[in-house]
Design a protein around this ligand. Structure first.
Ligand SMILES: [Zn+2]
Length: 215
C-alpha cells in the first residue's frame, strides 16, 4: 500500500498517469477536482461550505479542502490500497496539512516544458456534437478537415479555459506556488521526490512505473 502525491502543472498529465497506474494497481486515484464536484453535487456539508465561498467569489480555504481529503482518506478503499493524490497539495500550507494526516511514500513530480504544455492546452479542440478531443499541434490528433470532427462531422471548438491568456495566468500561479512545495519536500526528505518526464506521461510502461514508484 503506497501513499503517493502526483505533482505537476495543470495539463502535465496527472490524471492520465493516474488512469494508467490504476489499470494495473489497486491504488486509489483521489482527485480533489472530482471530490469537489461530488461534494457539490451531493450537497454534503463540506460541499455546501465550499459553495458559500465560491458564490461570494472567494477562494475555498485550505481547511475546507483538507477536510474533504481527510474524509476521503477514511473510506475503506483508500485505507486498504493507498492513494494517488491529484490536485493537492498546491501550496506549502496544504503540504503541511497533508503531513498531519498521511505519511507519504513518494511525490511524483511530473516535469514538463512550458512550450510543450502550452501546445497541449491551447491546441486542444473538442467536438460540440460527440465530445471527441483533437489537438491542432499534434499530428496524430489533428482532424482531417480543419474545424470538423472526423467521427461525426460536428463543429470543433476551443474551451474558454484553453485560451493562451488563461493558460498564461494558470501557469504563472502554478510556478509561483510549485517551487515552494517541491522545496518543502526536498528539505523534508529529498528521497521522496521522483521526477517524471511530462512530455512522455503516456509512454511510460507498467514496468518503468513500478520501478520508479512504490507501487
Ligand atoms: Zn464529433
Amino acid at each position: 500500500m503506497a501513499k503517493i502525491v502526483l505533482f505537476g502543472a495543470p495539463g502535465a498529465g496527472k490524471g492520465t498517469l493516474a488512469g494508467k497506474i490504476t489499470k494495473f494497481s489497486d491504488i486509489v486515484h483521489v482527485s480533489t477536482g472530482d471530490l469537489f464536484r461530488a461534494n457539490l453535487k451531493n450537497k454534503t456539508p463540506i460541499g455546501m461550505k465550499a459553495k458559500e465561498y465560491m458564490d461570494n467569489g472567494e477562494l475555498v480555504p485550505d481547511s475546507v479542502v483538507i477536510g474533504m481529503v481527510k474524509k476521503r482518506f477514511k473510506e475503506d478503499d483508500v485505507k486498504e490500497n493507498g492513494f494517488l493524490l491529484d490536485g493537492f497539495p498546491r501550496t506549502v500550507e496544504q503540504a503541511k496539512a497533508l503531513d498531519e494526516v498521511a505519511d507519504l511514500d513518494a511525490v511524483a513530480y511530473i516535469k514538463i516544458d512550458k512550450d510543450v504544455l502550452e501546445k497541449r492546452i491551447t491546441g486542444r479542440r473538442s467536438c460540440t456534437e460527440c465530445g471527441a478531443i483533437y489537438n491542432i499541434y499534434n499530428e496524430e490528433l489533428t482532424p482531417e478537415e480543419e474545424g470538423k470532427c472526423d467521427k461525426c462531422d460536428g463543429d470543433l471548438m476551443q474551451r474558454d479555459d484553453d485560451t493562451k491568456e488563461t493558460f498564461e495566468k494558470r501557469y504563472q500561479t502554478y510556478v509561483d506556488q510549485s517551487e515552494p512545495v517541491i522545496e518543502y519536500y526536498r528539505e523534508k526528505n529529498p528521497d521522496l521526490i521522483v521526477e517524471l518526464d511530462g512530455s512522455r506521461t503516456m509512454a511510460y510502461t507498467e514496468e518503468e512505473l513500478k520501478e520508479l514508484l512504490p507501487l
